[in-house]
Write a protein that binds this ligand. Structure first.
Ligand code: GDP
Length: 311
């Protein structure tokens, strides 16, 4: 087997892949641009340049991502960037003979009005939630592209659907980040400035969080072992309320003042529980990192890297 190329190297998921691999960050290649994407693929798959070390498999994590705020504020960017990145990466993979591609989708792509739990069969059964439809439709098209390429070209390309991922190298931006990194940053500032810890919405929504290290480990397994056309959900299937998450972060960081709920901010979807039967069937003994452990490691990383992290 040849080498692995990972896109989105500086990001939350991409940064967790270690070892002998080629990692691409947006600084090296703008994957929204077809020509740049093809140049990079041509370079790494060229036997004259790479000799015995040509790339023949890809884990595609690069994406324009954000939390509820980012999705609401930058709808055009979320659609354009994601549809271009996925289209270019999947097409360049085909063109340059990549044998196996693992593409990242997200539970955001599921229909809003659907019976729970979310399963791999329900992706296209209705419109996504209004707060993130541009991102959701762009990502759904990656699933379509992969199915089409499997059928027309016989390529063994697959996709994974992680739930809310968190961990080191996340975007800790207060307005546009996902809830977990945003709350870590907000709690840090509340401690520093001796203020209340103000959280959006009611605290009632439920989410399923998965640690980025678990996602990387599971994706490596998918790369080697999963060959189905249908995507596979990567999930603990354990829900936690935003209220309990805020308390966990406050406790982990030693916050002593009040937690305050800002009801003028949206709750987004109330819940989106997912069914992890498929991954459990394949890997019944996989040990997901408990959220207390993952949050502690993420908080430690946040303190250590505060000056340079994305915020
Ligand atoms: P989602 O799972 O796609 O909705 O994305 P998020 O990671 O942004 O989670 C959003 C949920 O967390 C909503 O219920 C928000 O009301 C709640 N929330 C509370 N405080 C914050 C915050 O500071 N940032 C974000 N993004 N969400 C927050």
């Amino acid at each position: 087997m040849g080498r692995l190329l990972v896109t989105g190297q500086s990001g939350l998921i991409g940064s967790q892949f270690k070892g002998d691999l080629i990692s691409l960050s947006s600084k090296v290649c703008d994957l929204r641009d077809k020509k740049s994407t093809e140049q990079v693929f041509e370079f790494y798959t060229n036997t004259e340049i790479q000799k015995d070390f040509t790339v023949d498999k890809v884990i595609h994590c690069a994406a324009k991502v954000g939390g509820l705020g980012g999705n609401i504020n930058c709808k055009g960017d979320f659609f354009y960037d994601n549809i271009m990145i996925n289209t270019n990466v999947i097409e360049a993979s085909r063109k340059f003979d990549i044998n196996k591609l693992v593409c990242f989708l997200s539970t955001c792509i599921f229909p809003d009005n659907i019976d729970y739990p979310l399963t791999e069969k329900k992706i296209h059964l209705g419109p996504p939630h209004n707060s993130n439809y541009p991102y959701a439709y762009a990502k759904r098209m990656a699933d379509i592209q992969i199915r089409a390429y499997r059928e027309q070209y016989g390529l063994n390309y697959v996709s994974v659907i992680p739930t809310n991922v968190y961990g080191p190298n996340d975007n800790f931006n207060l307005e546009n980040g996902h809830v977990l990194p945003s709350l870590i940053h907000k709690c840090y500032l509340a401690i520093k400035n001796n203020t209340d810890f103000v959280i959006w919405g009611t605290g009632k929504p439920l989410r399923e969080f998965i640690y980025s290290k678990d996602v990387a480990e599971l994706s490596m397994w998918v790369l080697e072992n999963y060959n189905e056309e249908e995507p596979i959900i990567l999930s603990t299937s354990e829900e936690i309320s935003i209220r309990d998450l805020a308390t966990l972060i406050a406790d982990t960081m030693g916050f002593k003042n009040n937690i305050v709920w800002d009801n003028s901010k949206p709750d987004g979807q109330l819940r989106k529980p997912s069914d992890n039967h498929k991954i459990k069937k394949y890997l019944p003994n996989f040990n997901f990192t408990p959220i207390e452990v993952g949050v502690k490691e993420t908080v430690d990383w946040f303190y250590k890297n505060y000056e340079t992290l994305r915020k």
